[in-house]
Write a protein that binds this ligand. Sequence first.
Ligand code: NAP
Length: 475
Amino acid sequence: MEMFIGGRWTSSGEQVDVRSPYDGRVVGRVPLAGSSDVERAIASAVRGTAVMRDLPAHERSAILKRTGERLMERLDAIADLLSREVGKTIREARAEVQRSAGLFSWAAEEAKRLSGETIPFDAAPGAEDRIGFFLRVPVGVVAAITPFNVPLALAAHKLAPALAAGNSVLFKPTTATPLADLELVRALVDAGLPPDAINAVTGRGSTVGDAIVSAPQVRMITFTGSREVGRSLTSRAGFKKLTMELGGNAPCVVRPSADVSRAAGAIVRGGYAIAGQNCISVQRVLAHSAVYAPLIDEVADRVKKLRSGDPLDEATDMGPVINGAEAERIEEWIQEAVGKGARLVTGGHREGTLVEPTVLADVPLDCRVSTEELFGPVVAFYRVDDLEEIVRIANGVDYGLQSGIFTQDVDEAFWLARRLDAGGVWINDVSTFRVDFMPYGGMKGSGYGREGVRFAMEEMTEIKVIAWRLRAPQM
Ligand code: NAP
């Protein structure tokens, strides 16, 4: 496939293979952009800001609506690509295409609602003769940099609000899974987006990404990816707006009054989807002694029934992780936890990139499963009864994206919800749930800024005050 620069599909000298994490087959090839490609893309994106500024909201809205429709028309083809390049199951891939189309139709609505407010100048003594309001104006060129695990929907979370708010976009998908993302760019172009409003450059983060991040013409970077890359990027970005959607190691608190079956079902859905490669995957379950054993038993029973294998097989519940190095790392972290005293309830092994869905119990707090982002199909259980202790353990990591609490006790639920460090807390569900229009984002090492179409549009706009000083009219 080709990149989209300056309104044309284009290639460069060097190409890179995109391989299936399941069987290593080549799924497609994309160009490795060079610095001159990035320069041309930036120049085009700058031209795109003028075009977008003059495009009325109803036209932006219509383009976004048509983009969603294009994605739905090509649902099967794009889902097939997604499944092959990410290794996620075909059912997960279809849901991701539908979700991405939904994001564009939601953004089409929000494009029509972007507005400012009047300012009550007469509330200030001496300003009684003034009247005015503020507008939300686009920041200009928004650079969108995205990760491998949910490539299409996370790109939609950036491109749809950026364009709805009247920006132009410079898009860099990850080299690991860029193919469905280029189909998204095609859908935007087919839907009638002015050519300079979208530029898509493929190539490694360390070269292409770096050139984009340090370009002064880029006014905002919206980044989703690892905490480490996010940190290094903020130090190089200079004078730009930044939204950082980084990693997590989400806790799930299960109290004595909880419905154990309901919690077990949600933990399995939330801990093993996309083979656990989800920033809001359930990673640590802090369960009370009264429910600890039955909860682990029920989770383990359900996990043993998960079918892992070929992502394109409709019957597969869990595909591979993204590559062999990641599979090895996950296995090593499991072994480290077991070496320090954790009990392996089920799983723990791997075959190539297929990591067995794993349940660990009695996990010590000083291993990487407890302290870092695991990003694999492993859920760790901790027996914790005391509420203060739960808060201490749940918050004792450098992440804070989303959390879950299972309890029938409303007072306990709110006591915990107020204290957990997280951008979102679910009561009687797990961290993994998200609707695409709610405010979403992290605290601490999980980042800052919020996504969720309207909230992303706020991040991607600046406030401009326009006001008059009035004179008494001639009577
Ligand atoms: P990653 O390695 O951080 O890469 C993310 C993106 O950054 C890729 O496009 C990558 O390009 C690019 N990049 C790498 N080095 C760069 C640099 N020096 N300058 C600019 N860009 C650079 O993340 P990943 O492994 O793809 O994704 C997994 C991570 O994303 C996990 O930590 C996960 O928690 C996080 N995530 C967070 C959210 C959220 O909403 N908070 C959602 C999903 C995932 P190349 O890959 O082409 O080199």
